[in-house]
Design a protein around this ligand. Structure first.
Ligand SMILES: NC(=O)c1ccc[n+]([C@@H]2O[C@H](COP(=O)([O-])OP(=O)(O)OC[C@H]3O[C@@H](n4cnc5c(N)ncnc54)[C@H](O)[C@@H]3O)[C@@H](O)[C@H]2O)c1
Length: 393
């Protein structure tokens, strides 16, 4: 494992029982900082601990490497792992641009290795049930997919790592931000439902994004996004880390025969005709699935790199967008102090909910502080198809 603290500790907690059960053997932990103790993930005797992943690849010769380092370090480490002949579990966002995605995909093809990307919510049984309902036509024709999430992140969150709240670090793109990082799963779940609705991978043709921030950061803490794709329905994401009330993350799928809602962090599902929310427990683990895939290549990966191409296109469009518009004055409420200080945007929950419900960006809802979206056209001149939920240009 490369990157053993931070979110790496969650991976260590997944690895520990698999190691204890003999399903795998943890051979090495790499981190540029000292490895933190974790009672639920003790470091087994004989584990190589070092600071350089290349030294680890030479010495430990692993079969599988979990890469959980900051996003801007993913590509070079991933390429070294593949060149050393190991398979990869690469944290999200896998890479920062479409060019990097292509480079990694080419390395996978050349080495014949596998790459699973850390979108763990794709292993959810609730998502699978929703996708099956969409494919079976239970919602009729899907006309729109949207996600709404409202979280609160205190000052301490933006001090967690050197790349927190940053767009570049030492001249290199890093891209933190609500859409790119904590709520990336919300966007990816929408793309996964769009795959089911459009019968194949999502190829974005136009991406529109509006980014806002309540803090002196370089990235969005509040954003609305629209993705129009070649074959799937339009997707709208309406998210904030400065929410007034907590909304865990809902994926709304609207069809001609009804609407389904998935609360993706809790795997609760509401399909047309259901009397109420249903918990659909069961998540297939990304690492175990990668091990199954290694044992039998007929077992498909849950989150292969190829499945994340649409997400990377979104990320690239977000990177290309201007700096987020600052929100302040009466619009922002401050509560608490010190590392626990929280900033919220007045009325944001109601606005984001409307955005998701109506498939509209904030600027299309006559919000006085909203700015026009940044548009990325990926059609190369060809016109994106108009759809029922797409507003006039
Ligand atoms: N799937 C999820 O739900 C989820 C949740 C949180 C974070 N993440 C992702 O996990 C990754 C790591 O995030 P984080 O918040 O833990 O970041 P972090 O900055 O805390 O880094 C994680 C660890 O990597 C180490 N590290 C940095 N550069 C390294 C290098 N070159 N070689 C070895 N170790 C190195 C750091 O010292 C740290 O211990 C990111 O890609 C992030 O987006 C995913």
């Amino acid at each position: 494992m490369v990157g053993a603290n931070g979110h790496g500790r969650s991976h260590r907690r997944v690895v520990a029982p698999l190691h204890a059960a003999g399903r795998l053997r943890l051979v090495a932990l790499v981190d540029v900082r000292p490895i933190e103790d974790d009672p639920a993930a003790p470091v087994p005797d004989g584990t190589l601990v070092c600071t350089d992943h290349r030294e680890m690849l030479r010495t430990a010769r692993p079969d599988v490497v979990v890469v959980c380092t900051p996003p801007h370090t993913h590509l070079p480490i991933a390429l070294d792992v593949l060149a050393a002949g190991a398979d990869l579990l690469l944290e999200k966002p896998p890479v920062l641009s479409t060019a990097e995605h292509r480079e990694l995909a080419a390395a996978l093809a050349a080495t014949g290795r596998a790459c699973q990307v850390g979108f763990q919510a794709l292993g959810s049984a609730a998502l699978t049930e929703l996708a099956e309902a969409v494919r079976a036509g239970r919602l009729g024709t899907v006309t729109g997919i949207a996600t709404v999430a409202a979280w609160q992140r205190p000052d301490a969150y933006y001090a967690r790592a050197p790349w927190a709240g940053r767009r570049t670090l030492h001249g290199r793109p890093v891209l933190d931000g609500a859409l790119a990082n904590p709520l990336a799963h919300a966007v990816m779940q929408c793309l996964a439902v769009a795959e089911a609705a459009g019968n194949g991978p999502v190829e974005p043709v136009r991406i529109e994004v509006e980014r806002y921030r309540v803090r002196p950061i370089e990235v969005d803490d509040t954003a609305t996004l629209r993705v129009l794709s070649r074959s799937g329905p339009p997707i709208v994401a309406a998210v904030t880390l400065a929410g007034e009330d907590f909304v865990a993350g809902e994926v709304l799928v609207t069809g001609t025969a009804g609407r389904a809602v998935l609360e993706y962090p809790t795997d609760r599902l509401l399909l047309p005709g259901d009397a109420g929310w249903r918990e659909v427990p069961g998540r297939r683990g990304l690492l175990e699935n990668l091990l199954d895939h290694r044992a039998d290549r007929a077992v498909p990966l849950i989150a292969p790199l190829a499945r994340t191409a649409g997400f990377t296109a979104v990320l690239e469009a977000v990177t290309a967008a201007p700096e987020p518009t600052p929100l302040g004055g009466d619009l922002v409420t401050v509560a608490g102090d010190g590392p626990g200080r929280v900033l919220t945007v007045r009325g944001i929950n109601r606005l984001l909910r409307r955005s998701a419900d109506e498939g509209a960006l904030l600027s299309e809802l006559a919000v006085p502080w909203a700015v026009p979206p940044h548009r990325t056209d990926l059609t190369g001149g060809e016109k994106p198809q108009r759809t029922a939920t797409q507003p006039p240009a």
